[in-house]
Design a protein around this ligand. Structure first.
Ligand code: FAD
Length: 486
């Protein structure tokens, strides 16, 4: 008597493949469509989901609920305390609603894939059809292989093949339509479902009042905000993206990662909108900024493909088995200096404080601090990976794991182990005037000129000391030699 769409990391009504299919199925059958969202506190724990991210998802759910209600589609939101209970609980709801069909978009992490395979079997036994479809990537995993039929482990040839594939299969950039109105009977039959509220964040995942105030102003949630931000970025900034994207003091990037991560924006919509603001229909032609931005969005696809092909990266293992034996440091004092932004390397400290202050960090700085953790402090990169997940509003397993593997030279397509970011040179190159450092490290506000990059080494030690800024906790040169020797 009803068709259900199970929302997960796809908190939007526009360009949502499974939602579109569910609404088509409901329309053909002349039955109502019901939206379902399960809050699973144990999944938040298992996935190390940051409180700021949970908060963003809950705020996005409010928007989604209102959008669906305008179409007379209820969104039933329920908290299930034990994650192992989720399949049965959904089954009970489907039975109660007499739904014969449930749709969902596929998630590629190992636990989720296994759970979905189990659900499809379980529900089939009860006569309920479950359809799980590709949605989150522009090119679904599995469609790109090398000439010899293997999966690419290196980005550049993979990206050329991604572009070719999209050019040859234009339907990949066709957007799924929004669902239509539910039949009038839906309001009557499922009236109680319209009455549910979006819950508060579970214990351990709440924000303080002060944090909520700051983060809500920084990160307006929901699909409409995503579309606004995308439109504005394509109008104002994408053209200069190639020049500005590496400068953390400039608002040169899109800030859309949070929307991709929560599914308030689809990658198809993003790539298509960017392409349409270009003079050419080619993804690798026309304006350089647009091309570069599309190739960055493609990195997101790349890391999801990697996850599907080498699922053991989900299990705390490095991509290359031979890197399992590296003897990493677990020095607690170094690690806390890093997390608190008190390493004595201004660019590293500014970046770590940006992470805490915004729940987000600029990509260039993510590379700098990750390389610093693994190659200067010689700490286990998995400690950094975990800390990022616990604090990022855009925490995404595949991109985070891929980024850390790249920076620590243990992942697919790593930067070579001998290429070690020099934090001082990175700082001079990408924050030449120290604007970013001064913004996030107020102790160094009074430091003038190039000393901002290395106050103790460049004659501003007294001033830095007085302001309470620490000396460098390691010497880059010594650390570099040790990293290479190890
Ligand atoms: P833009 O520069 O505007 O890029 C547009 C989009 O492209 C991004 O929103 C993102 O979806 C995608 N993208 C860009 N660069 C990358 C990349 N290197 N890898 C994968 N996708 C990319 N990104 C996350 O979304 N979640 C993470 O948890 C995450 N962890 C990272 C950890 C490390 C160590 C590193 C080096 C990178 C990580 N990234 C992660 C990638 C990247 O830093 C962010 O996506 C980017 O900074 C987000 O800002 P933006 O939306 O303004 O990006």
């Amino acid at each position: 008597d009803a068709v259900v769409h199970w929302f997960k990391m796809d908190l939007r009504t526009g360009d949502n493949q499974a939602l579109f299919l569910a609404s088509e199925k409901a329309r053909e059958a002349g039955v109502p469509l019901i939206g379902l969202y399960i809050v699973s506190p144990q999944d938040f724990e298992a996935h190390l989901t940051a409180p700021i991210r949970v908060d963003f998802m809950l705020r996005s759910l409010e928007v989604l609920k209102a959008d669906l209600e305008a179409l007379d589609i209820p969104l039933w939101i329920e908290t299930v305390d034990k994650r192992a209970r989720v399949p049965e609980r959904i089954m009970e709801l489907l039975t109660e609603w007499r739904a014969g069909h449930i749709f969902a978009n596929m998630e590629y992490e190992v636990d989720e894939l296994r759970r979905e395979a189990k659900l499809v079997r379980l529900y089939a036994e009860k006569g309920i059809a479950m359809e799980v479809v590709h949605d989150t990537c522009v090119v679904p995993p599995g469609q790109l292989t090398t000439g010899t039929g293997r999966q690419y482990a290196v980005y550049s040839p993979w990206f050329r093949s991604w572009v070719r594939h999209v050019h040859e299969n234009q339907e990949l950039l066709e957007l799924a339509e929004r669902p239509g109105m539910n039949p009038p009977s839906a309001r009557e039959r499922y009236s109680s479902l319209f009455e549910c509220d979006v819950p508060h964040a579970p214990e351990g995942k709440t924000l303080s009042e002060e944090e909520a105030k700051v983060f809500h102003a920084l990160w307006p949630a929901g699909e409409h905000e995503a579309m606004k931000r995308l439109a504005k970025f394509c109008e104002d900034a994408v053209g200069g993206y190639g020049r500005n994207r590496d400068l953390p003091s400039t608002p040169g990037t899109s800030n859309l990662s949070v929307h991709f991560a929560s599914g308030t924006l689809s990658a198809r919509t993003a790539v298509r909108t960017a392409r349409d603001s270009n003079k050419t229909k080619k993804l690798d032609g026309g304006n350089e900024g647009i091309q570069t931005w599309i190739s960055e969005v493609a990195w997101r696809d790349f890391y999801k493909h990697v996850l599907v092909h080498w699922p053991y990266v989900c299990m705390n293992k490095p991509f290359k088995p031979e890197y399992s034996n590296i003897s990493w440091s677990y020095d607690a004092s170094h690690f806390s200096s890093w997390t608190e932004g008190r390493t004595g390397f201004p660019i590293v400290d500014a970046a770590m404080r940006q992470l805490r202050g915004m729940g987000w960090m600029h990509n260039r700085c993510r590379m700098i601090v990750a390389s610093f953790l693994a190659k200067d402090l010689l700490l286990d990169w998995r400690m950094g990976e975990r800390f990022f997940m616990e604090h990022l509003i855009d925490g995404d397993f595949a991109s985070n794991n891929g980024g850390w593997g790249f920076a620590a030279s243990v992942g697919v397509d790593p930067q070579p182990y001998f290429r070690i970011f020099n934090p001082l040179l990175q700082s001079e190159k990408f924050d030449p005037d120290g604007e970013y450092i001064r913004k996030w490290v107020p102790e160094l506000k009074g430091v003038v000129g190039k000393a901002i990059h290395d106050p103790y080494g460049r004659g501003e030690g007294d001033r830095a000391r007085k302001a309470g800024y620490p000396e460098a906790i390691v010497q880059h040169k010594g650390a570099r030699e040790k990293a290479l020797a190890d």
